[in-house]
Design a protein around this ligand. Structure first.
Ligand SMILES: Nc1ccn([C@@H]2O[C@H](COP(=O)(O)OP(=O)(O)OP(=O)(O)O)[C@@H](O)[C@H]2O)c(=O)n1
Ligand SMILES: C[C@](O)(CO)[C@H](O)COP(=O)(O)O
Length: 233
């Protein structure tokens, strides 16, 4: 029997850049918390059997209340000081699962992930152990060192990563095992961990969506409210 596919909603951050005085995933857009939007997208998807929420310390009760109406949420666990540490908390919570389990890691701060994006990640996991979601960059991206341009990669090769990022659990476990043994570990996402510690592992990139924005700074909350209003019946 195929292993259950799990979505991990990472909500372990404190939203420093948002400066709302509480984690930004608790802010409401379109009348409900950003965290609820993110959970709802996976809860409603027929390919997702289970959702695990990783929440910032001190806010587990809030997350429990938000998650309670969703049939597929099987747990709310405490996150760590970094996104990477929060992923580790999720991996611990999933340690009894088979290595071929498909697991999708999603930023709670991306409330408008939709079914077509989730479909593309799940489909790509049939042929790959690691899958990222990306959108083309409308801006020219440059590498800056000491305040001057060090290189200008061709824009058509540039892509902005979003989430969910999908993995076979055994592959992500292996990458994290190596990463956690590295005192110089630094990463901004889980594909970054796979890329650095399992460099021969191809990471398939599938198309994301411009609506799948990450609510990071106050202006993003204004845009998110606008998008949420568009979705209301
Ligand atoms: N220790 C952390 C840090 C981040 N995240 C999650 O990772 C996603 C992307 O992180 P980011 O946008 O940076 O959120 P924050 O860390 O909350 O923001 P900031 O860096 O401004 O504090 C968010 O859903 C966030 O909750 C997490 O689970 N655990
Ligand atoms: C995972 C991510 O959303 C991909 O764009 C991004 O790297 C998260 O970075 P953050 O600094 O934790 O917001």
């Amino acid at each position: 029997m195929a292993a259950r596919t799990v979505a991990v909603v990472l909500a372990g951050g404190i939203g420093e850049r948002m400066g709302a005085g509480r984690p930004k995933q608790l802010i409401e857009v379109g009348g409900r918390p950003i965290l609820a939007h993110a959970i709802a997208a996976f809860d409603a998807h027929p390919g997702i059997a289970e959702v695990l929420v990783v929440m910032a310390a001190g806010h587990l009760r809030d997350a429990g209340v938000i998650a309670a109406p969703f049939r597929s949420v099987t747990g709310v666990v405490e996150g760590g000081a970094t996104r990477t540490a929060s992923t580790v908390a999720a991996l611990r919570a999933l340690e009894d699962r088979p290595a071929d389990t498909r697991v999708l890691f999603h930023d709670a701060a991306r409330p408008f992930v939709d079914a077509p994006v989730i479909d593309r990640v799940l489909d790509a996991l049939d042929g790959h152990d690691a899958v990222a979601v990306g959108v083309p960059s409308p801006d020219t991206i440059v590498v800056v060192e000491d305040g001057v341009v060090a290189s200008m990669p061709p824009r058509e090769t540039m892509c902005r990563f979003q989430t969910p990022q999908g993995f076979r659990l055994g592959t992500l476990r292996k990458a994290y095992e190596l990463a956690l043994a590295d005192p110089a570990l630094r990463a901004t996402d889980d594909c970054g961990i796979v890329h650095r510690y399992l460099p021969d592992m191809p990471i398939r990139v599938v198309e994301g969506s411009e609506r799948n924005l990450k609510v990071t700074q106050p202006l993003d909350a204004v845009v998110a409210e606008h998008l949420a209003q568009e979705d209301l019946p």
